[in-house]
Design a protein around this ligand. Structure first.
Ligand SMILES: NC(=O)c1ccc[n+]([C@@H]2O[C@H](COP(=O)([O-])OP(=O)(O)OC[C@H]3O[C@@H](n4cnc5c(N)ncnc54)[C@H](OP(=O)(O)O)[C@@H]3O)[C@@H](O)[C@H]2O)c1
Length: 187
């Protein structure tokens, strides 16, 4: 990805866990940040941690929103570009995990996970690559090759994300497509 200093990154799911950790690390590298999540209090906490890591307050934009809603995806990208005038990196981190096999997972749970982990990721990526032609896309990814039957609803969407991004050849859109590999369960 090169140096992140003075680049603009939009991090989804920045209000906790991996997204918050990514935000505070990027802050220490001098990257300007648009941070998105539903929980305002947690988002503010991440913002403060980024400030503590040396990023000036005016280089941190907090965007409260539910990315399973189309209008909130649009707002996240539009607000970022309006505030910073550009968008260099999109970190597609927002998501939910559900434990359950095909016998125990309801269709409602399946729809909820597909909506945030796949559809919204596809939508926000689509929106982000249009206004600027140099956005790097970072997607979360599993190292596992075979989906666990106990995470049926969670791991199948992850595989779908991979297939979808591989199938829509992003290179013509001038993207440097960058993988963030996660070594399986972290928490
Ligand atoms: N931890 C692991 O072992 C692991 C392994 C592989 C992959 N992952 C994936 O990596 C990502 C982060 O995991 P994590 O452990 O850091 O989980 P986490 O602490 O639960 O963080 C998930 C983040 O996604 C946000 N989010 C969820 N639904 C959203 C929605 N509808 N709109 C906007 N934001 C939403 C949450 O924010 P709000 O609640 O504020 O909305 C939160 O900031 C997830 O997508 C997860 O599936 C995790």
């Amino acid at each position: 990805m090169g140096s992140l200093r003075e680049k603009v990154a939009l991090i989804t799911g920045a209000s906790s866990g991996i997204g918050a950790g990514t935000a505070t690390h990027f802050a220490s590298l001098g990257c300007y940040l648009a941070l998105c999540g539903r929980n305002k209090e947690n988002l503010e906490k991440t913002g403060k941690q980024c400030e503590a890591n040396g990023l000036p307050k005016d280089k941190i934009l907090l965007i409260q929103g539910d990315l399973s809603k189309e209008e909130d995806c649009k707002a996240a990208v539009e607000k970022t570009i309006k505030y910073f005038g550009r968008l260099d990196s999109l970190i597609n981190n927002a998501g939910i995990a559900l434990i359950g096999s095909i016998e125990t997972t309801s269709l409602e749970q399946f729809d909820a996970i597909m909506n945030i982990n796949v559809r919204s990721m596809f939508h926000i990526t689509m929106l982000a690559i249009r206004p600027k032609c140099q956005t790097s896309i970072v997607k979360k990814r599993e190292n596992k090759k075979i989906a666990s039957p106990h995470h049926f609803c969670y791991e199948n969407p992850v595989t779908t994300c991979d297939m979808r991004l591989q199938n829509c050849d992003l290179r013509p859109a001038c993207l440097s497509n960058c993988d963030l590999r996660l070594p399986g369960a972290l928490a």
